[in-house]
Design a protein around this ligand. Structure first.
Ligand SMILES: Nc1ncnc2c1ncn2[C@@H]1O[C@H](COP(=O)(O)OP(=O)(O)OP(=O)(O)O)[C@@H](O)[C@H]1O
Length: 249
């Protein structure tokens, strides 16, 4: 008799035959059509595809911000399908971080207060030391008291990245994080996101239109009409751009 047992497959996030339709009747749009994907822990994946191919919907379903009509989503070993709204909100606050194209900072809060929001929402005592450490990590240790309006776009996105990592989430989801940034700020933001994976061991899933941004990832997944149609490992920007052209994007 052998003691061999097959390795348990570990995933940070797993989607199994996820489908999602927005709207009803004549205006119904099937945004996702049976998408199955696994994101391994400590990896950086870019999601690309033509406009309307379902990228944001995929990210929102994977992050528990939206519910699929069919199929299932797991974060770690937690199946989101059966979770009620409260448990789902708890999971989003403690185990998931978000970075958006438009930063989504609260204008009346300082960089430090914005950074601490996830901890406040999770009912934890917000500690300034933790916020400062997160802001220092993104190179903004000297901007803790600034309001978003007193920061550049690149700096605001770095506050958003500090906010995404303050609760030490397993997974960070980023939707077009460089879409509103100039080339240099985009490069800085991407380096920080890459660092979350390389130095922090986190899992990153990023939607992007930019082949150069996608080339920072370990893997690129291409969507078209709500389905996974292609994949690249260790991508180069030119190859990514070629695949996008082939998809008519
Ligand atoms: N709330 C909604 N109500 C109705 N239709 C929606 C809604 N959200 C998305 N859709 C539709 O679902 C499809 C997929 O949208 P989604 O935003 O996921 O695509 P995307 O690939 O992220 O697009 P883009 O690159 O333009 O941001 C699109 O046809 C879109 O118009």
């Amino acid at each position: 008799m052998s003691n061999f047992s097959p390795p348990i497959s570990v995933s940070a996030v797993a989607l199994d035959r996820v489908s999602k339709t927005h709207g009803r009747g004549d205006s119904a749009v099937q945004a996702l059509d049976g998408v199955s994907l696994v994101f391994a822990p400590g990896t950086f994946t870019a999601i690309m595809g033509p406009s309307g191919s379902g990228k944001t919907t995929l990210l929102q379903c994977a992050a528990g911000l939206d519910r699929p009509d069919a199929g299932s989503v797991r974060i770690g070993t937690t199946d989101l399908t059966g979770l009620g709204e409260r448990r789902l909100a708890q999971l989003r606050r403690r185990r998931v971080g978000f970075v958006f194209q438009s930063f989504n900072l609260l204008p009346s809060l300082t960089a430090e207060q914005n950074t601490l929001l996830p901890l406040r929402l999770a009912g934890e005592r917000p500690r300034r030391r933790v916020a400062r450490a997160a802001l220092e990590r993104v190179g903004l240790g000297d901007r803790t008291r600034h309001l978003p309006a007193q920061l550049s776009g690149g700096q605001q996105q770095r506050v958003a990245i500090a906010r995404a990592l303050v609760a030490e989430p397993e997974v960070v989801f980023a939707d077009e994080p460089t879409g509103a940034l100039d080339t240099r700020s985009a490069r800085d933001a991407l380096a920080l996101l890459r660092g979350l994976v390389d130095d922090g061991g986190r899992t990153l899933v990023m939607v992007t239109h930019d082949a150069v941004a996608a080339a920072v990832a370990d893997r690129v997944v291409f969507l078209a009409d709500g389905r996974v149609v292609d994949e690249l490992c260790a991508p180069h920007a030119e190859t990514v751009a070629d695949r996008m052209t082939a998809l008519g994007a």
